[in-house]
Design a binder for this molecule. Structure first.
Ligand SMILES: Cc1cc2nc3c(=O)[nH]c(=O)nc-3n(C[C@H](O)[C@H](O)[C@H](O)COP(=O)(O)OP(=O)(O)OC[C@H]3O[C@@H](n4cnc5c(N)ncnc54)[C@H](O)[C@@H]3O)c2cc1C
Length: 503
């Protein structure tokens, strides 16, 4: 007798793509397993990116990137209305500082129009300065893309996964798929997999394994693509600093990517980056002084006067760039195996549209999609708006019950943390609490709330609190070293605008 659980679909990888696919499939009467090697959802490229909902103007016409970016971006307002993960339409400017760059933005506008961006405008210097008074006055022109927005990427993955689980999807964390083989059974399953040491069987498999998508595809044959990991580093500033710009500010793109941008995050932190360097290690999330120095100097070309002393932290993400130079979304080597790999930028923007495409590919491959009338599209937000003054916070720091403030900087209450821990995804690390509630994201970077969060994890989930703190501090260490050195170099004043920082 075969006692392995049999799923209609197994989705490998719970980044933004895997979570979006799982949530899309949860609309139908299908049994879905979402497996993830990490301790949480959204821990790959999804946790460390610019968070921009891009226009399609910078993706080559005729590519999957161009069509899925445009389709995905259009889905954001509705999706955020349902799932409340945090999205705001801001618009974007691509700045031109020379006649040659002016020609480039005109080309981008033509490409954007061909890709469906029908609201692009070319602006003169004076118009640009009026829209963004703090940007470099040497700007000569800009391309305005009003439909661009900012989103909170890891909150979006969490929201999609929570909603998928609420609609019947099964999630297994800390479950790396180490083996996947063909195994036709009488129950209709075609794939046998081992994830986190446990076996399962599935009729269809979706490969959304990010930087390891080529490896996962190779389990069942020739992958047909190779992932080239491409790293990008960032500097993130205190909350409130994002008000320096109203839009996402790009410079003209290069062959390697969209270049270094200046933006406010969804939560109002100024953020600058990323570079684009190929790396050997697909999980290389370290930051380095020379790269950060280059990012600071390049960002000052757009916004000369940001204050580096307000920098909170640095971080890096790794793009799963495919050697095919496009997303790889299609049927794989064997029937029933669907790739959603090579999803570098604009993968966050495209994820909702990738999910619909994967759904259609599964249907083409024979998956019967019968809608579930009880599908519930809505999910409540975790973070609630705060307006407490510093004085009002003090008595609440030791208040009993859910109103107790655990994180002083971001005013996160115990109630919010308990809510975040009771939504179907096991929350077992300080970092997972931070991503859901913002506890630890403020000026003190968790020095105050870390032991308090660890104590709640210990009380509610039996997590060893000392171990949780140790793991979290290890995770922070490399970032704060690079940041301290960067700030010490004295690279903060507006007077140094445009000067290169030498490591
Ligand atoms: C620096 C940078 C900036 C970016 N900026 C933007 C932007 O502004 N806008 C935009 O639209 N896009 C942007 N992107 C792209 C976007 O972040 C990615 O396209 C998107 O996050 C990819 O999602 P994913 O789910 O494919 O991959 P990931 O988020 O990497 O998820 C893949 C998951 O698969 C899991 N996994 C791997 N192997 C296995 C296995 N064997 N078993 C189980 N699980 C496995 C991993 O642990 C991981 O969680 C950026 C990317 C980077 C790195």
């Amino acid at each position: 007798m075969n006692e392995r659980p049999v799923y209609d679909v197994c989705v490998i990888g719970a980044g933004i793509v895997g979570c979006a696919v799982a949530r899309e499939l949860s609309r139908y009467r299908v049994r879905v397993l979402l497996v993830e090697r990490g301790e949480d959802v959204g821990l790959g490229a999804t946790k460390a990116n610019s968070g921009i909902v891009h226009g399609a103007y910078s993706s080559a016409h005729g590519t999957l990137k161009a069509s899925l970016c445009r389709a995905g971006a259009l889905m954001y307002p509705r999706l955020n209305g349902e799932l409340a993960f945090g999205y705001r339409r801001t618009g974007a400017l691509v700045l031109a500082f020379s006649p040659e760059e002016k020609r480039t933005i005109a080309d981008l506008a033509a490409n954007g129009l061909a890709n469906g961006d029908d609201d692009l405008q070319l602006l003169g210097a004076e118009q640009v300065r009026r829209l963004e008074p703090r940007i470099n006055p040497e700007v000569q022109a800009a391309l305005l893309c009003p439909s661009v927005g900012v989103a909170s990427p890891y909150e979006m993955a969490i929201a999609l996964a929570e909603n998928a689980i609420a609609n019947g999807v099964e999630l297994r964390l800390a479950s790396e798929v180490t083996s996947l083989s063909l195994d036709d059974q009488r129950d209709g399953s075609r794939f046998r997999l081992v994830a986190g040491g446990r076996e399962a069987a599935a009729r269809f498999v979706v490969n959304a394994a990010g930087v390891y998508a080529d490896r996962v595809a190779s389990f069942v044959g020739e992958p047909g693509f190779r992932i080239v990991p491409r790293q990008g580093q960032y500097v993130l500033f205190e909350r409130g600093t994002g008000a320096a710009v109203s839009r996402v500010i790009f410079q003209v793109p290069s062959a390697r990517g969209k270049g270094i941008l200046v933006t406010s995050t969804y939560h109002g932190n100024l953020m600058i980056g990323p570079n684009a360097n190929d790396v050997e290690d697909p999980e290389d999330e370290g930051t380095s002084l020379d790269v950060l120095g280059h990012i600071v100097a390049t960002a000052r070309r757009s916004l000369p006067d940001f204050d580096l002393r307000q920098a909170l932290t640095t971080f890096a993400g790794v793009r799963a760039t495919s050697d095919t130079k496009d997303f790889v979304v299609g049927a794989g080597a064997v029937p029933g195996f669907i790739n959603a790999g090579g999803i570098d930028s604009p993968g966050l923007t495209s994820a909702p549209a990738i999910a619909e495409r994967v759904r259609d590919l599964l249907a083409d491959a024979g998956l019967r999609l019968e809608p579930r009338p009880e599908f519930e599209p809505a999910r409540r937000p975790i973070i609630v708006p705060k307006s407490l003054s510093d004085k009002e916070v003090v008595p609440l720091l030791e208040a009993p019950g859910p109103g107790r403030i655990v994180c002083r900087c971001e005013r996160v209450t115990e109630g919010e943390i308990l809510d975040a821990m009771s939504r179907g995804i096991p929350v077992r690390t300080i970092d997972s609490v931070k991503k859901r509630t913002r506890a630890g994201m403020g000026k003190c970077q968790g020095r105050f709330c870390r032991p308090r969060v660890a104590a709640i994890l210990a009380r509610e989930s039996g997590v060893d609190d000392a171990e949780a703190i140790r793991a979290y501090e290890q995770h922070l260490a490399s970032k704060s070293r690079a940041l301290t050195r960067l700030v010490r170099m004295g690279a903060w004043s507006g007077a140094e605008a445009g000067t290169a920082i030498k490591p």
